[in-house]
Design a protein around this ligand. Structure first.
Ligand code: THU
Length: 163
């Protein structure tokens, strides 16, 4: 038996002013995307913006439903739209943030497990690290790869090839 530990890398910013211009403008797009949120049940308006390899930005927002599991998170709304509209382009980065009752939520809008798994597939399709920018009023966290937000990633490569 061995005790092991895992280190993950991320950058933390106290405000948007200190960020790289490309990351900052993607986060601004995610803030704008919260306008498309439909969240009559949680009142937690989440917006996401996806940057593609040609510079195109695709926005998404959470879409809730009276039958709760039928709703979808902002990140997956944006990632699925990006891949559906531009299947030939690689995703370079995703930014996500949340508002509640019109104000930016203090805590970063951490992507849920299902969205992290979709990010994993996105990164596999991109064949290059995908940056993940998670915004909140108190701090902004930037991961330079999905591996850092989803350790022990399942990407299907462990499935044995059928004889
Ligand atoms: N939500 C997202 O949009 N992204 C996440 O990663 C976590 C949760 C949404 C889903 C639901 O509309 C609301 O936040 C409350 O769970």
């Amino acid at each position: 038996m061995a005790h092991r530990s895992l280190t993950i890398e991320y950058k933390e910013f106290a405000s948007m002013e200190d960020m790289m211009p490309e990351d900052r403008s993607l986060l601004e797009s995610a803030i704008g995307a919260t306008k498309g949120s439909y969240a009559p049940f949680s009142h937690y308006n989440v917006g996401a913006a996806v940057l593609l390899s040609d510079g195109t930005v695709v926005q998404g927002a959470n879409q809730e439903n009276a039958a709760f599991p039928s709703g979808l998170c902002a990140e997956r709304t944006a990632l699925f739209a990006a891949h559906a509209q531009h299947p030939e382009l690689a995703v370079r980065a995703l930014a996500v943030t949340a508002c509640r009752d019109g104000r930016m939520a203090p805590e970063p809008a951490w992507p849920c497990g299902a969205c992290r798994q979709v990010l994993a597939e996105t990164q596999k399709r991109a064949e290059a690290p995908v940056r993940v920018i998670v915004g909140g009023l108190s701090r902004i966290v930037v991961f330079s790869s999905v591996d850092d937000i989803l350790p022990f990633i399942f990407d299907g490569s462990a499935i044995p090839v059928a004889e």
